[in-house]
Design a protein around this ligand. Structure first.
Ligand code: ST9
Ligand code: NDP
Length: 515
């Protein structure tokens, strides 16, 4: 019997960010392992022309929830979508809904955030700091609340090399930042942003660090824990391997490599690729929820959900395995053959960006124009290069995260809970995981049919032939131009031609003799 699954039985659980990548995996696991939970409240905003109900319907009818429907057939009745926008005062929740949330909620999992690296500081503060503060205020009015679990990121202190499971203060108090965002105009915020974020690479990591400070300062009498996952990747085992449905983190680059857009990347092959599968994050999160509510630690515990210190993999190994998988299982309609080189300095990066990224895009756009179509490749390539420049910070450095609390928690679980809520990353085989990840990208994110693999392989063969033909033509043109301009090149050319002629004559003479 799983104590953790049992604990969530009969509970009313509030999840923010339930429509996001991690939130969906969290919800799925909760329904699958504790089908007798009372209700899951999710705070959802209408989006992309879809109503709340349509969004929930779409999630529950996705492949991810197939197993849930078997163990919890009435899952539709157990999910209660509440209209909310975390950017608004009181989250724009109606009075009745708010009353219900305050009266019944037992556990809160706060996953919602803006995860964009280039978000304007005002918006990032609103969502990652102010909304966290408001949610804590709400939580403090919930008489039946047993635990508040805040999802942060292992990179909130990426300005440090060694990171412990503690909260590191930022120089300016979060309250001052929140206040200033109310009266400063955008131009001034733009000006002070680099000074505020200091040696962090973006507003995301900075505001997640501020969010943690808010949690610490506003915790009051609440039972709170913070989870810091590193780079969340596709699922490892549950509900099935390789599930992923957005392009954040490595996923977008895997797609770009498989489609042949990404041909070179500025990355340190030996740097640790601190990936962590989404199901491991979710298992730890649920275990932390149980431990925080039942054991009530005296202080706010922080749990690092990282892989580097226990089972390290590096970017070089990951890149090789991604490409090896694309050899066996290619993506459909690739632009070029999957091949990506790692470069480590600025000059080679600039060179390969020009030769492998920009030039093919320009040539392809020229071809599109010639055939009367709208050019689009240069624009797409520029966006990819911009994305690469934002991710580079994370693929050229290694960090050490201590995992004392996470290991302590693992030792507190019963053998059954260690199995059902497995977050032991040491058991993960990276090569197998990456292969399933790439397959998952093809099946669940790009929705490509496996029956199309032979055609995709044919397409790659055609691309290879075009590549050889193009290179040969290029070589001949370059050579012809060189011969026209240089005596040395002409001499070399005559030497090669006469050598070939002599060789052929000798070969013909000897074969005539044999006859
Ligand atoms: C063999 C090679 C394989 C090697 C694999 C190596 C992988 C290394 C990956 C390292 C990842 C490190 C991540 C570190 C994460 C820190 C952990 C967290 O807490 S952070 C939590 C995680 N947070 C994040 O990961 C957020 C990162 N993302 C962002 O902040 C923004 O998307 C942006 C600023 C990069 C682009 O903004 P903007 O230009 O306004 O555009 P939009 O957003 O609207 O998307 C537009 C276009 O960009 C495209 N695209 C987007 N993302 C990627 C990608 N990852 N990739 C590729 N492409 C990407 C997308 O396809 C789209 O194309 P199209 O529709 O035009 O055709
Ligand atoms: N993915 C990763 O690699 C990592 C993620 N994390 C953390 O994990 C958590 C979840 O991340 P992930 O699932 O990847 O992110 P997603 O971007 O997939 O999900 C973000 C969620 O927040 C919701 N949200 C955003 N803005 C609002 C708003 N104004 N009102 C209501 N809801 C809103 C989104 O709703 P909607 O669907 O309406 O947009 C979505 O449900 C975050 O706290 C993130 O910082 C930490 C480390 C790594």
């Amino acid at each position: 019997m799983s104590m953790i699954a049992d604990f969530y039985g009969g509970k009313s659980i509030l999840i923010t960010g339930a429509t996001g990548f991690l939130g969906k995996v969290l919800m799925e696991k909760l329904f699958r392992t504790s089908p007798d939970l009372r209700v899951i409240y999710i705070l959802v905003r209408p989006k992309a022309g879809q109503t709340l109900q349509q969004r929930v319907f779409q999630i529950l009818n996705s492949k991810l929830f197939e197993k849930v429907k078997e163990v919890c057939p009435n899952v539709h009745e157990k999910i209660r979508a509440i209209s909310a926008d975390l950017n608004q005062n009181d989250f724009a929740i109606s009075k009745e809904d708010m009353q219900e949330l305050l009266s019944y909620t037992n556990i809160i999992f706060h996953c919602a955030a803006t995860v964009r690296f280039d978000d304007h500081l005002r918006h990032a503060v609103q969502l990652n700091v102010t909304a966290t503060q408001q949610l804590l205020l709400m939580a403090s009015q919930m008489p039946n609340l047993e635990a508040f679990i805040h999802i942060s990121t292992a990179f909130s202190n990426c300005n440090l090399k060694h990171i412990d499971e503690v909260i590191y203060p930022c120089p300016v108090e979060p309250k001052k930042i929140i206040d200033s965002m109310e009266w400063l105009d955008d131009a001034i915020i733009d000006e002070i942003t680099p000074k505020l974020i200091g040696d962090r690479p973006n507003t995301y990591t900075y505001t997640k660090a501020l969010g943690e400070m808010v949690v610490q300062q506003e915790s009051g009498k609440l039972n709170i824990a913070i989870i810091r996952p590193s780079i969340v990747g596709a699922t490892w085992q549950e509900p099935f391997p390789g599930w992923v449905d957005n392009i954040n983190g490595p996923t977008g680059l895997i797609v770009a490599a498989g489609k042949g857009f990404l041909r070179s990347i500025r990355a340190t092959p030996m740097a640790v690729a601190d990936l962590i599968p989404a199901d491991i994050v979710v298992n730890l999160t649920l275990a932390v929820g149980w431990y925080t509510a039942v054991h009530r630690p005296k202080s706010t515990l922080i749990y690092h959900c990282t892989s580097g210190s226990l089972n390290p993999c590096n970017w070089g190994k990951m890149g090789i395995q991604v490409l090896a998988t694309f050899e066996k299982i290619p993506l459909e309609r690739a632009f070029r053959r999957p091949k990506a080189d790692f470069t480590t300095n600025n000059v080679t990066t600039q060179y390969w960006n020009a030769v492998s990224h920009r030039a093919p895009a320009i040539i392809y756009d020229f071809y599109l124009r010639l055939t009367g179509r709208k050019p689009r490749m240069t624009k797409l390539m520029n966006r990819l290069l911009r994305t690469l420049s934002m991710l580079e910070y994370f693929i050229n450095r290694s960090w050490e995260w201590s995992t004392y609390n996470t290991e302590m928690l693992m030792s507190k679980l019963s053998p059954e809970d260690q199995r059902v809520f497995n977050f032991d990353v040491r058991q993960l085989n990276w090569l197998e995981y990456i292969e399933n990840y790439v397959l998952g990208v093809k099946k669940y994110l790009l929705k490509e049919d496996m029956a199309g693999i032979p055609e995709a392989k044919q397409h790659l063969k055609r691309l290879r032939n075009i590549h050889y033909l193009f290179n040969t033509a290029l070589f001949l043109i370059a050579w012809r131009l060189l011969i026209a301009r240089s005596q040395v090149a002409r001499n070399v050319w005559f030497f090669i031609v006469s050598f070939c002629y002599k060789f052929l004559s000798y070969f013909r003479a000897s074969s005539t003799l044999k006859v």
